[in-house]
Design a protein around this ligand. Structure first.
Ligand code: C2E
Ligand code: CA
Ligand code: CA
Length: 542
């Protein structure tokens, strides 16, 4: 997969050319010198002059000498011509090889040696010419997640090494007639001609995702790469090369939006989806520049004490053309586009300022996305914002999700340890929805588990949910962790949670998220409520 043989041929061609030119020059120069010496020794000039006067005057030894010189010259010329001819043949051959190699280089990626976009298009074009209902062609677009991060952390050499290793792994599982190409910085394409069913590209895509799950060894440590895959099929999604590739790209775009290693086939509504996403991304950039996305605060309630103990900051964005865009929509876009660090810092700074105005007893819970946790400098940034705003680390609780635990490079763990040491508490958000194993969870020291809303919302009607919630509460108690039930909406759910030892709750039963200016009123109302309430917790809105 490297270009050494190619460069050797080019070098040899150059060397041949140089050495044959040198030989020609030496031969000609030598010939001229020799002829001059002979002419001088045999007084050839005057003799030839005499010869020009007429043969009659010439002596016989002069004629023999002239015949000898003529023979010698024609022999030398013949040898020279044959040699030159052979050299020319060699030169032409070397040039043809060099031209072929140069053409080849123009159609291959120099780093991986794989076909590049140009050759990919040629091969796909050839396959599409034969595509029919019985000869379907699959186009897979592979987008790497984390390539830029590897380059930032391990340098360009680290990025290149991981990329080549990824290409090797994919090449190793690709069937013989499949074409793998590198078509962008961190994008690969695959053509599978004549697939027997959609299972073929699906299975290949799954194997590729699994093969990328192992870490990539680079000089400076271990690196992680994720891969998302978009698939389009000819002739179902068209037989026009540009259109098919565009559709596979759209499917990839959507797969990347799903936030974890994912495979997607093209669907017609993706076209519309992509337009909207592009618009949101554009607006999001200006919103971050203008600092108009603000945190609202949802109370966290102690179930036993029946009182507010803090607030979770939840990002809110109101856009003039798009209306209210929910965080579930713009946070993933911010993650993909790398805007999440700027947005996260901005929101955190505002939340710290707001929290400073609350009574000391109230803590601030802040969401940190797994993408932010890939940045080794995050811990320092959070601590420095705390320092600048004067909020004590002991009043901060950061909420992280299970995907941070699955990460193998150790950056997330280092950041979390750093924050913990400074006195920040760590809560595991959306518990029960991720893929982390218990041992992965235990390797991180947590303070709290937040039980995902999907379990809490079905406490009334699903035995499974009740069993799961009770098991989570038991597990948390065993490890000495506090628990927050998310999405508590009715008294029945609250009663079950209280009966099974859940320590905290959050949800519309207590209050929705309110803007910073709404907090004093909320606290006043709570003060009135707790002063008069005798019959257990009620909605803070009540
Ligand atoms: P999350 O961290 O799980 O936040 C809780 C979500 O549940 C919030 O949605 C909240 O409004 C909603 N919720 C609270 N109580 C109830 C209830 O009783 N019923 C129902 N159905 N929903 C309830 P929201 O504000 O739309 O946020 C969605 C997600 O977006 C959050 O989920 C969090 O993952 C992410 N997010 C929000 N703000 C930020 C932020 O500043 N940074 C990061 N990284 N992520 C954020
Ligand atoms: Ca949360
Ligand atoms: Ca949550």
């Amino acid at each position: 997969m490297n270009s050494t043989p190619r460069s050797r041929v080019l070098h040899a061609a150059w060397f041949d050319w140089r050495s044959s030119a040198a030989r020609d020059f030496i031969a000609l120069f030598g010939g001229v010198v020799l002829a001059s010496i002979l002419a001088h020794v045999y007084e050839l000039g005057p003799r030839l002059f005499q010869l020009g006067q007429g043969y009659a005057d010439s002596a016989p030894d002069d004629i023999v000498f002239i015949i000898f010189v003529a023979f010698f010259l024609s022999l030398a010329l013949t040898i020279f011509s044959v040699r030159r001819y052979r050299e020319l043949v060699c030169e032409t051959k070397a040039r043809t090889i060099a031209e072929g190699e140069a053409r080849d280089l123009a159609r291959h990626d120099p780093l991986t040696g794989l076909p590049n976009r140009r050759l990919f298009d040629e091969k796909l074009d050839a396959c599409l010419a034969l595509a029919s209902d019985t000869h379907q062609v699959a186009v897979l677009m592979l987008g790497l997640d984390g390539f830029k991060r590897i380059k930032d952390t391990h340098g360009h050499a680290g990025g290149d090494k991981a990329l080549c290793e990824f290409a090797n792994r994919v090449a190793g599982i690709l069937r013989k007639d499949g074409v793998l190409a590198r078509i962008g910085d961190d994008e690969f394409g695959i053509v599978l001609p004549d697939i027997s069913s959609l299972d073929v590209p699906t299975n290949l895509a799954r194997r590729i995702v699994a093969s990328a799950a192992d870490t990539f060894a680079v000089e400076t440590g271990a690196a992680e790469l994720g891969v998302a895959i978009g698939i389009a099929i000819a002739p179902i999604n068209g037989v026009n090369l540009r259109e098919l590739v565009r559709r596979a790209d759209r499917a990839l775009y959507r797969a990347q939006g799903d936030g974890r290693p994912c495979v997607r086939f093209f669907e017609p509504e993706m076209d519309m989806h992509v337009e909207r996403r592009i618009q949101i991304e554009r607006e999001l950039r200006s919103a971050i520049t203008a600092d108009i996305i603000e945190p609202h605060y949802q109370p966290l309630v102690s179930l036993k004490g029946n009182c507010i103990i803090g607030f979770e900051a939840l990002a809110r964005w109101e856009n003039r053309t798009l209306g209210r865009v929910p965080p579930d929509v713009f946070i993933p876009i911010a993650e993909e586009t790398g805007l999440i660090n700027a947005l996260g810092d901005q929101l955190f700074r505002r939340a710290c300022f707001d929290a400073k105005a609350w009574p000391e007893a109230f803590m601030l819970a802040f969401n940190i996305s797994p993408i932010q946790l890939r940045d080794p400098a995050l811990g320092q940034r959070i601590l420095s914002i705390l320092g600048q705003t004067g909020l004590s680390p002991s009043r901060l609780e950061i909420e992280i999700t299970e995907s941070a635990f699955v990460e193998k490079t150790g950056v997330a763990k280092a950041v979390i340890d750093e924050l913990r040491q400074a006195g920040v508490r760590i809560a595991l958000d959306d518990f029960g929805t991720g893929y982390a194993t218990l041992s992965q969870l235990l390797s991180f020291r947590l303070d709290k588990i937040k039980i995902d809303r999907s379990f809490v919302s079905h406490l009334d009607d699903s035995t499974d949910s009740r069993v799961i919630v009770r098991a989570i509460l038991g597990l948390a108690k065993g490890f000495g962790l506090t628990t927050t039930a998310e999405g508590v909406e009715d008294a029945g759910q609250l009663a079950y949670l209280l009966a099974n030892g859940c320590t905290e709750g959050q949800g519309y039963l207590f209050s929705d998220a309110v803007p910073a200016v709404g907090i004093p009123a909320l606290l006043d109302r709570e003060f009135d409520r707790t002063a008069v309430a005798e019959d257990g917790p009620r909605s803070l809105h009540a």
